[in-house]
Design a protein around this ligand. Sequence first.
Ligand SMILES: [Fe+2]
Length: 240
Amino acid sequence: MTGRLIPREAGIHPPLFTPTYKTSVLRSPERALIAFDSSPSEETGPTFGHVKLGALDNDLLLNYARPGTSAIGERIIVHGRLLDENNRPIPNALIEIWQANAGGRYRHKKDGYLAALDPDFGGCGRTITGADGSYAFRTVKPGAYPWPNGPNEWRPAHIHFSIFGHSFGQRLISQMYFEGDPLIARCPIAQTIPDKAALDRLVAALDMSETKPMDAIAYRFDIVLRGHRQTHFENRPEGM
Ligand SMILES: [Fe+2]
């Protein structure tokens, strides 16, 4: 249990009305929000039972691939730790990810981008954090993809994250970007975050210490639920 939750810091989150991100306008509130103190229903539950995970659930290179094959693309490891506002690890938390394939195409019926689907890549994974809050996925680096927000706009490579902490108050849905991607500075979604330090916390760093020679490049992405060093919450995942 986390105890009383620290209120979110409004200043590091995007303004609720961000017309540069066109599809967010209709879902932005028209009236000022009303703040309530957290109560036991947000602070202590609900929690999930022990989820039975498959052996390959955190291995997107293999979990959709036909026998003897693996997903096409730059092989990467995404790993880090899940922490709370007091820098304590959060064990036994469910982390789910979804992403486009190496060409920037989602396996989704509404994704009509002309990049090819990879028959050996599904794009979804999940894992449970360890006793020290650690987690890791193997996957391919997702491609950038265009989206109809303006005449020529491209999402930076990103992986969507969903995290169930130990209470509803810790629920987090966010996106992870990759160090050095020039599209981050041009992305209307990423740039809705007014605090540069907060945006930087959504960028995974190249991690040569965990990179596997002749196998996969590692990126480190630590996640903090609630509090001063909180990883940015989105109002809503952008969806694709
Ligand atoms: Fe996306």
